[in-house]
Ligand binder design. Structure first.
Ligand SMILES: NC(=O)C1=CN([C@@H]2O[C@H](COP(=O)(O)OP(=O)(O)OC[C@H]3O[C@@H](n4cnc5c(N)ncnc54)[C@H](O)[C@@H]3O)[C@@H](O)[C@H]2O)C=CC1
Ligand SMILES: Nc1nc(O)c(N)c(N[C@@H]2O[C@H](COP(=O)(O)O)[C@@H](O)[C@H]2O)n1
Length: 253
């Protein structure tokens, strides 16, 4: 198949056909988990949770968004590429802009996101790093920023302190991002669940569950007040088997 699966394009059609709110992009929160709700192994070890078919699905989903966001924990731990390399040969898809939410500018200047950008002849979009300004002048922070910029990143800076995710989303919308796919990791997923229940800032939630048990030492995520709040925030719109994995899609109520 060389075009986006119909169920994915229909899922996002309402958002792709309309203008997002002025304060945020359309947001899709998505991740892969085991049957026991783990997204990584002990000590954050990256796991191949998705089977081949659902991994391809995730790459099609990436192609339907302007940008894809991960936290700095994921960027440091997994050194992801966030591109479309698992699409089948001949497939045409627009690569999303990678964005790392990196409060303290910990991203490595030699990470794949930056080296892919600077080394590739047919470059994808420039990676953006969203950071928070230091509370007081900090020469080391200034150097880290300079190094990242020289290594190919665009660094966007929010005011000092942990800005709420709504401020991050407003900044990205002001910078022209109309649709944002959020892939993780654990802290970011938990923060988006909390923000979704408070402000309904997640339009689509798509969870891939693989038939694996990781065990108690694996990394999970938190959903505040889940049993009461999830149905108030999201309704199920699609459940399907994708290869050996089950995929459940929710949209905001
Ligand atoms: N199975 C899956 O689909 C995925 C699994 N993962 C796994 O997740 C793990 C990494 O997760 P974490 O260590 O929790 O790191 P994370 O990727 O959630 O990043 C956390 C960092 O994000 C930044 N941040 C900025 N604003 C924030 C806010 N409002 N709330 C929370 N964080 C904010 C902070 O610098 C914080 O340290 C890795 O083991 C990785 O393999 C990551 C993505 C997807
Ligand atoms: N969909 C999905 N399935 C898994 O099994 C995973 N481990 C992840 N992880 C996420 O994908 C990122 C890696 O992306 P690249 O393959 O390098 O493009 C990783 O950092 C997690 O965000 N996702």
């Amino acid at each position: 198949m060389t075009t986006v699966p119909e169920y994915l394009s229909s899922l996002l059609a309402p958002y792709r056909a309309t203008e997002p709110p002025p304060t945020r992009p359309f947001v899709t929160l998505t991740f892969a988990q085991s049957l026991d709700g783990k997204i990584a192994g002990a000590e954050g070890k990256q796991l191949a949770i998705s089977g081949h078919e659902s991994l391809v699905m995730t790459h099609w989903l990436r192609s339907l968004h302007d940008a894809i966001l991960v936290g700095s924990g994921t960027a440091l731990n997994d050194d992801p590429q966030l591109n479309l390399r698992h699409l089948p040969p001949g497939a045409v898809g627009k690569p999303p802009r990678p964005i790392v939410l990196d409060s303290r500018l910990r991203l490595s200047p030699t990470c794949k996101l930056l080296t892919n950008y600077t080394n590739e002849s047919g470059r994808g979009p420039q990676p953006w790093v969203v950071a928070y300004a230091p509370a007081s002048p900090d020469a080391e922070w200034d150097i880290r920023r300079e190094v990242l910029v020289r290594s190919g990143a665009r660094v966007l800076v929010l005011p000092a302190g942990e800005s709420p995710l709504t401020a991050v989303l407003t900044l990205l919308r002001a910078e022209g991002v109309r649709s944002l796919m959020v892939e993780g990791g654990a802290q970011i997923i938990s923060a988006f669940f909390a923000a979704a229940s408070e402000t309904k800032c997640v339009d689509t939630l798509l969870i891939t569950t693989a038939p694996l048990i990781v065990g108690a030492a694996g990394v999970g995520y938190d959903v505040p007040g889940a049993s009461a709040d999830l149905p108030r925030t999201f309704r199920v719109v699609e459940t399907r088997l994708v290869g050996r994995d089950s995929v459940v899609a929710f949209q905001t109520t």
